[in-house]
Ligand binder design. Structure first.
Ligand code: ADP
Ligand code: ZN
Length: 213
């Protein structure tokens, strides 16, 4: 089963992708994580990506598509993958059409009023990338999965968040129509103030129903 996860920044894509990947044995491919890994290691891709990410803009399509195309060729993708943060515009979706087969698209909708709090309150593990919200940490500053230090992402500041939300509206949101028009592969869910487990139960029920063995 090959999946795409769509949703605004702050909708909870990363958290759901982790849970889905675990339950169904899918490789979790997050383009944002790949870029952040490259920035940390100061690779050529990292240096290029950083300037765009810091401004809340998309990294150029050619670079992003090449990374994903290459990653999907790894053997571990044979048993299925979940793409988190790709495609992010129509160009990328058309390219993905050529180099990858997609069985389902999970679209997470969220009330825009919740987004700022989610993004500005987000803390991420420096080591493994796990996401937390400051309101649920109870003062803890380390990752409960790996013990890594929790930090705030550099692009989780009000200016960059505003730019990311604009990019999402203009370029990524139209993908729901794009996939909606394609042989019924789109599944839409609402992200609420409920804990992420509630949303995951809904997603898992839909996937179990749709992709019964
Ligand atoms: P979020 O969904 O919270 O914005 P991501 O980790 O998915 O976070 O992405 C962070 C940044 O990485 C984006 O703002 C963008 O600059 C870059 N990026 C991630 N995925 C893509 C993509 N498919 N195409 C272009 N840029 C991307
Ligand atoms: Zn961690």
């Amino acid at each position: 089963m090959n999946l795409v996860l769509l949703g605004a920044p702050g909708a909870g894509k990363g958290t759901q992708a982790e849970k889905i990947s675990e339950r169904y044995g899918l490789v979790h491919i997050s383009t944002g994580d790949i870029f952040r890994e490259n920035i940390k290691k100061e690779t050529e891709i990292g240096l290029l990506a950083k300037s765009y990410i810091d401004r809340g803009e998309l990294v150029p399509d050619e670079v992003t598509c090449a990374i994903v195309k290459d990653r999907l060729r790894w053997k571990d993708c044979k048993n299925g993958f979940i793409l988190d943060g790709f495609p992010r515009n129509l160009f990328q979706a058309e390219r993905l059409n050529v180099f990858g087969h997609i069985d389902g698209v999970i679209n997470i909708e969220i009330d825009p009023k919740l987004l700022m709090d989610r993004l500005l309150g987000r803390r991420v593990c420096e080591k493994c990338g796990a996401n937390y919200h400051i309101s649920l940490l109870g003062g803890k500053t380390v990752c409960e999965k790996c013990g890594g230090t929790l930090i705030q992402r550099k692009d989780d500041n009000p200016e960059t968040v505003a730019a990311r939300l604009k990019v999402y509206e203009a370029q990524t949101a139209p993908l729901t129509e794009y996939y909606g028009n394609k042989k019924g592969i789109l599944m839409t869910f609402q992200s609420t103030e409920e804990p992420p487990e509630a949303l995951f139960r809904e997603i898992a029920a839909a996937l179990d129903g749709k992709f019964k063995k």
